[in-house]
Design a protein around this ligand. Structure first.
Ligand code: PLP
Length: 391
């Protein structure tokens, strides 16, 4: 006998809840991916994805996950023995670094404390010292999903330019795109990497990359072996709305709908909504007297908030209790912060009331789990949401 009734509350920082509209859009017969109807769908999603990345350059969609799209960024632009600059902002930056190392890339990995984003001044200093211009790429995670800290991509671009350095700029916006402000062209990013199950509000299963002319030029000299991920194989059929192999047809129906939802709301409004929900979440955490993992307010993530547990209390025990009692899923602490933090996702199809439900679940869980905290987080979040609206 189950005690769970009503909806499950999915508040991990991706996969995020899939809107009804997107689920219904995917509930379609599978069509011929070489037929005329598919080309319309193919063109619509490729153009729509450009709007979300805010680019006029090609976007490539793979059946795959974000990790696959990471690999596409590496193998299309780099060669074994190339030097790249990366920063230890958290678990995902560490994983991307390991992938690059497996491809024989020499990674200069600047250590970090997992509590902030990349320091643009550090980027400038390191690149300025590289007089031989041997660093081939700067690789940064935009929204560190393991810590809830963002990196200031536009400022890092300016830092690269100030150092007058030709390195490619590769950015993982896997959990940023569609939630946190992102402008591929304006910010001069060469490859932006993303996936379907976060701000794009789809099930897992698609990897996305947005390119630049410089990134495309780099494919001509990059010598890493590539086949499935090869951009050149994709671009020709993509121009007519087709794929070189069988695409994830029904996910693409969902993507078309999700993009329509984002553009109907308006990207600036989408970004503002995430900022507002994040601010309310932080108000709750502060009122509980708990610590936010990210220590740099200008880098607080609009996508998720990682909360540090009081000494001697296990984050996963709390998460399990909350799942059990309230059917609310919160994100686990990853790698070096396992057991020490839990993460509240506030991305995608989230609004004031879904957030309030999640925060209520956390506050009730803190009490039920005997975790020392002050009451009133939920109230503080409500006040934060109300301020500016009806005060
Ligand atoms: N990079 C970031 C910032 C992520 O949050 C994730 C997944 O959560 C990944 C990379 C890996 O993506 P995927 O799990 O879709 O392969």
């Amino acid at each position: 006998m189950t005690t769970r009734t009503g909806r499950h509350f999915l508040h991990i920082p991706g996969p995020s809840p899939v809107p009804e509209r997107v689920l219904r859009a995917m509930d379609m017969p599978v069509i011929d991916h070489r037929g005329p109807d598919f080309a319309k769908l193919g063109r619509a999603v490729l153009e729509g994805a450009q709007a979300v990345f805010q680019t006029k350059a090609p976007v490539i969609l793979y059946p795959g996950s974000g990790t696959g799209a990471w690999e596409a960024a590496i193998v299309n632009t780099l060669s074994a023995g190339d030097r790249v600059l990366m920063f230890e902002t958290g678990h995902f930056a560490t994983l991307w670094r390991s992938m690059a190392a497996r491809w024989g890339i020499e990674v200069e990995f600047v250590p970090g404390d997992w509590r902030r984003g990349v320091d643009p001044a550090r980027v400038e200093a390191i690149l300025s010292e590289d007089r031989a211009k041997s660093i081939k790429a700067v690789m940064v995670v935009h929204n560190e999903t393991s810590t809830g800290a963002t990196s200031r991509i536009a400022e890092i671009r300016r830092a690269i330019d100030r150092a007058n350095h030709p390195a490619l700029f590769l950015v993982d916006t896997i959990s940023g795109l569609g939630s946190a402000e992102y402008a591929h062209d304006e910010w001069g990013v060469d490859v932006s990497v993303s996936c379907s199950q976060k701000g794009l509000m789809l099930p897992p299963g698609l990897g996305l990359v947005a390119l630049s002319e410089k990134a495309l030029a780099a494919t001509k000299t990059a010598t890493l072996p590539r086949s499935y991920w090869d951009w050149q194989d994709m671009l020709k059929p993509n121009a007519a709305g087709y794929f070189p192999y069988t695409p994830a047809t029904n996910l693409l129906y969902g993507l078309r709908e999700a993009i329509a939802m984002l553009l109907e709301e308006g990207l600036p409004q989408v970004f503002a909504r995430h900022q507002r929900l994040a601010a309310a979440t932080r108000a709750a955490v502060e009122a509980w007297g708990l610590e936010i993992l990210c220590q740099e307010p200008s880098e607080y993530s609009p996508v998720l908030t990682a909360v540090v547990m009081p000494e001697g209390h296990d984050a996963d025990a709390l998460r399990n209790l909350i799942l059990d009692k309230y059917d609310l899923s919160l994100g686990t602490g990853l790698a070096k912060v396992a057991g020490k933090v839990f993460r509240i996702g506030h991305l995608g199809e989230t609004n004031d009331l879904t957030l309030m439900a999640a925060l209520s679940g956390v506050e009730m869980g803190l009490k039920a789990g005997g975790v020392p905290h002050a009451r009133g987080g939920v109230l503080a979040a409500m006040d934060a949401l109300r301020s500016g609206l009806d005060d």
